[in-house]
Design a protein around this ligand. Structure first.
Ligand SMILES: Cc1cc2nc3c(=O)[nH]c(=O)nc-3n(C[C@H](O)[C@H](O)[C@H](O)COP(=O)(O)OP(=O)(O)OC[C@H]3O[C@@H](n4cnc5c(N)ncnc54)[C@H](O)[C@@H]3O)c2cc1C
Length: 395
């Protein structure tokens, strides 16, 4: 077992670490407070190739692996999570479903601009009626032959329904949202819904992007509700095969959980970085507060959590990259790392005292950004459900 990074992975990690400190740290606080999307940073990340890290070169990607993407996410989230989630969602929810399940024509059409970061893709699974129970999708899509329309004879999907909380879905550079929709009944006689994924380009008539949410955290990221009212897209916008939507999003979420675990690890480590600097600088009772064992132990516990979180996501990513089953490991990593992020954010804020509650310090942002990590891409309860199921404990 080798737990050292390869030369390529270490070089990438170091480049992203430097980028986060030089390009993100100086500007992100103000963008966050104003709730502005970090277009310039996204452009720079695109030029560095980060949006194409795990995609093959023939589609404009860097030909790297998913582990590389996760390393980049960890380094970004050590400094800021809005930027990190923009990359995470752009790649693992925007580009990867197309890359994994799309036809050659779909990959050629969409992937190059997504990999360059010039455009963003989004994935619309969650609905107002529920996210954890994703099989309960209500959005519907029917095939229509266009009779009575200019394009009579050309079949189209007609989509109606709504989606909630969709990341990267409403930026000026959003190119598409892949949405899950009920397209009929499964043919296996179970009476289950047939769910498919359909690519909806931005600006399609009948597709409305609602106002940006006012969020507790991730304030410089882009999140919208979406509605579809008789929204027509060509038949060939079906992602891969009809009826494969359920399997596609399960795979997408398994991979996404490893990425969110890496991002959570970054936030947990960022709390250690900030706390170490602060306890050396801040004085109380005649000397630096770092001499108090109570704070030393707090920081030691924080480092342990970040370390364990990293081991958990490395393990899940290693299994995934090796082509082995990784569902349980992905859920363990997401649960471990999001807990670490929450606990470390709380402890770091405590170490900063009153300044921890001020927006000008990064730990205040970390505190607000940590909570969503226990919710997005499957709540902690859902992770426990998956782990129990993998252990043979079915409901
Ligand atoms: C900022 C942000 C960005 C997001 N980005 C995206 C995105 O890009 N695309 C997308 O599709 N979604 C996105 N989401 C949605 C996110 O994935 C869902 O919020 C999440 O999956 C939970 O779904 P829900 O909010 O409907 O909660 P619910 O499913 O209603 O859950 C409510 C509570 O019930 C618990 N619960 C539910 N079922 C069970 C059960 N069987 N056993 C025990 N407890 C249970 C949950 O754990 C939770 O505590 C985003 C959300 C946020 C806040």
């Amino acid at each position: 077992m080798d737990l050292t990074l390869s030369e390529e992975h270490e070089a990438l990690r170091a480049v992203v670490e430097e980028f986060a400190h030089k390009e993100v740290a100086p500007v992100i606080g103000e963008l966050y407070e104003r709730g502005e999307f970090p277009y310039e940073i996204v452009g720079k990340m695109g030029a560095m190739g980060l949006f194409g890290l795990p995609v093959a070169e023939e589609y404009g990607g860097m030909g790297g692996d998913y582990f590389a993407l996760c390393l980049a996410l960890e380094e970004l989230a050590r400094v800021d999570s809005s930027v990190a989630i923009t990359l995470e969602a752009g790649v693992s929810l925007g580009a990867m479903p197309l890359y994994r399940f799309g036809t050659d024509a779909q990959k050629e059409r969409w992937l190059p601009e997504l990999c360059r970061g010039e455009k963003l893709g989004a994935f619309g699974l969650t609905e107002p009626g529920g996210g954890s129970d994703a099989g309960a999708t209500r959005t519907r899509a029917r095939l229509d032959n266009g009779a009575g329309r200019d394009n009579a004879g050309e079949r189209e999907w007609v989509i109606s329904g709504s989606k909630s909380f969709i990341t990267n879905s409403g930026t000026d550079i959003t190119a598409l949202v892949t949405v899950t929709a009920v397209t009929g009944q499964a043919e296996d006689g179970t009476g289950r819904k047939e769910i498919s994924s359909i690519i909806v380009p931005s600006g399609t008539p009948g597709f409305t992007v609602e106002a940006n949410y006012s969020k507790v955290g991730w304030c410089a990221s882009d999140t919208h509700g979406l509605s579809f009212e008789d929204c027509r897209v060509p038949e060939e916008n079906l992602l891969g095969e009809r009826g494969r939507g359920y399997a596609q999003f399960l795979r997408t979420l398994d991979e996404g959980r490893v990425a969110i675990a890496a991002l959570s690890t970054g936030l947990a480590q960022g709390c250690v970085d900030e706390s170490l600097a602060y306890v050396r600088d801040r004085s109380a009772f005649g000397g630096p507060i770092g001499r108090f064992q109570a704070l030393q132990f707090k920081i030691a516990d924080m480092e342990v959590r970040a370390h364990n979180a990293r081991l958990a996501w490395w393990h899940a990513a290693a299994k995934m990259v090796a082509g082995e089953p990784f569902k349980k490991e992905a859920a363990i990593a997401k649960l471990t790392a999001s807990n670490a992020a929450m606990d470390n954010a709380r402890d770091a804020t405590q170490i900063f005292g009153g300044y921890g509650f001020m927006n000008e310090f990064a730990v205040g942002r970390f505190y607000r950004d940590a909570k969503i990590l226990e919710i997005g891409e499957g709540t902690s309860e859902v992770q426990r459900m998956l782990i129990a199921r993998e252990l043979g404990l079915d409901a």
